[in-house]
Ligand binder design. Structure first.
Ligand code: UDP
Ligand code: MG
Length: 135
């Protein structure tokens, strides 16, 4: 069993897609080990996306992640990291496979509905940062 960190981003929460996304998570065999609805702080978002600090879209992305509450989760499954990234689809919803969450619920590369850890090390770090009780 593997754990990964997931976010339902502000666009999807605002649009009322949280329930559909959580339903899909359970249907695809993930166990939700932890879940909180929170308004992230600027410091949290800047820390979380620090790897992208030099990118041109950084400021816009921080503003977007602060634009409303998000749902943060720890998901468990066999191969959870890859399974969750496959279920989300490509970063750009226009390039995502049919029936993936970003294809269904994302608007564009900035407003793309969900986040998922990209590797075991980042999954561990992200879980530990947001859910120290589950690390
Ligand atoms: N992003 C953006 N513009 C870009 C690339 C990325 O706004 O040109 C945002 C997008 O919301 C993405 C996040 O930055 O989800 C992190 O980018 P990454 O490349 O890590 O994509 P992800 O891991 O989320 O698929
Ligand atoms: Mg990423």
């Amino acid at each position: 069993m593997e754990n990964t960190f997931a976010i339902i981003k502000p666009d999807a929460v605002k649009a009322g897609y949280s329930g559909k996304i959580i339903d899909r998570i359970e249907h695809e065999g993930f166990t939700i080990l932890g879940m909180k609805k929170v308004q992230l702080t600027k410091a949290q978002v800047e820390h979380f996306y620090a790897i992208h600090k030099a990118r041109s879209f950084f400021g816009e992305m921080v503003d977007f992640m602060l634009s409303g509450p998000v749902i943060i989760m720890v998901l468990q499954r066999e191969n959870a990291i890859k399974a969750w990234r496959d279920l989300m689809g490509a970063t750009d919803p226009a390039k995502a496979e049919p029936n993936t969450l970003r294809k269904l619920y994302g608007a564009n590369v900035g407003s793309n509905a969900t986040h998922g850890s990209d590797a075991p090390e980042t999954a561990r770090e992200e879980v530990a940062y947001f859910f120290p009780e589950l690390a």
